[in-house]
Design a protein around this ligand. Structure first.
Ligand SMILES: NC(=O)C1=CN([C@@H]2O[C@H](COP(=O)(O)OP(=O)(O)OC[C@H]3O[C@@H](n4cnc5c(N)ncnc54)[C@H](OP(=O)(O)O)[C@@H]3O)[C@@H](O)[C@H]2O)C=CC1
Ligand SMILES: CC(C)(CO)C(=O)C(=O)O
Length: 298
């Protein structure tokens, strides 16, 4: 099975390192320097004191000629629009798997002409070390659900998946993405603003109380999720990814744009339309946007 992975960031490298042991994997990146680094070094995954290196292919996005059986899109949500042309050129028959947090990308994904579209929800913690190495912090799984098309296109990945990098099939992609959204709303902005790792949010009673209040604001917006997600799930993920610095914290630290729009911005629009009072979300959104604007994180 030939797998293309667009984006050699934390998640792209993690997927390439694990899937590259089982399949023919090519990372599609945007910098020539990263192609060189990957060709020379392969992808190294650091985990609990060990390091495993996997050889993978690497090409620059403009030079992708290979025919893929599936393409995993691992760029940030706000970088997706620029990929449209390239994805169309891959062919509408090529199944695409999107791993972005949040729900801001769903309508855009649905607007693609591709026959098989799959949503992914990544519970792993991944922290990029350099262009060819990533830390796997917190063993978890990747949930996947069909947006449209059929399963057989991705069955092999699920069947061959191993315990250290497991894929689980979910029936309802909206419910799956909302579940992850509850997690990201309760972790990412708080870690981005306080600078702590995920695990500290459940250890520190002040942060933990804020997490709970945020979770309750989420339930106001999505009452249908009441029986589907519990606050314990958030706590479990914080513990599982104890040492991880969330993707939003890493963005703030690197003075990069965050995914706050796709994680909280879309929820504030919903709250306004439906007349819900979500003061903590509002405050966190404005603080993250303000810090992002001033480039204060570095
Ligand atoms: N990190 C984590 O623990 C988790 C992240 N996620 C989700 O996964 C997605 C990716 O996150 P993450 O890996 O952390 O992000 P990173 O910022 O680490 O990586 C994004 C990568 O995309 C690359 N990229 C951007 N545009 C293009 C393009 N046109 N062609 C090729 N490559 C491109 C960037 O390249 P360059 O290096 O050149 O800028 C960068 O390497 C996000 O949507 C996030 O929400 C989900 C769960 C956990
Ligand atoms: C699961 C979690 C919270 C891991 O840090 C994540 O999705 C992220 O960092 O964006």
């Amino acid at each position: 099975m030939k797998i293309g992975i667009i984006g050699g960031g934390a998640v792209g490298l993690l997927f390439a390192g694990y899937l590259g042991r089982l399949f023919d994997v090519t990372l599609i990146v945007r910098r020539e320097s990263q192609v060189r680094s990957l060709s020379e070094n392969g992808v190294t995954i650091y985990k609990e004191g060990s390091a495993i290196t996997t050889r993978v292919g690497a090409v620059q996005e403009t030079e992708t000629q290979k025919e893929f059986d599936v393409v995993i899109v691992a760029v940030k949500e706000y970088d997706l629009p620029l990929l449209r042309q390239g994805l169309v050129e891959l062919g509408a028959h090529v199944p695409l798997l999107f791993v972005q947090n949040g729900i801001g990308h769903v309508d855009w994904v649905k607007s693609l002409p591709h026959r098989h579209l799959i949503a992914g929800s990544v519970d792993h913690g991944a922290m990029k070390e350099n262009d060819a190495a990533v830390h796997h912090l917190g063993e978890a799984e990747t949930n996947i659900a069909l947006i449209r098309g059929n399963w057989h296109v991705i069955e092999e990945i699920v069947l061959k998946s191993t315990d250290s990098f497991r894929f689980s099939i979910r029936k309802d992609f909206e419910k799956m993405l909302l579940t992850k959204l509850f997690v990201n709303v309760s972790i990412n902005p708080l870690t981005a603003l306080t600078g702590v790792t995920n695990g500290k949010l459940v250890e520190n009673p002040y942060f933990h109380k804020l997490q709970k209040d945020l979770f309750n604001e989420m339930l106001l917006l999505f009452p249908q999720m009441k029986g589907n997600i519990s606050f314990e799930k958030v706590v479990d993920i914080c513990r599982n990814t104890y040492q991880n610095r969330s993707s939003m914290l890493k963005d703030i630290e690197s003075q990069r744009r965050t995914e706050i729009e796709s994680i909280i911005g879309v929820l504030l629009d919903k709250a306004q339309k439906e007349h819900h009072f979500v003061p903590i979300m509002n405050l966190l959104y404005k603080l993250v946007k303000g810090i992002e604007r001033e480039g204060l994180g570095g």
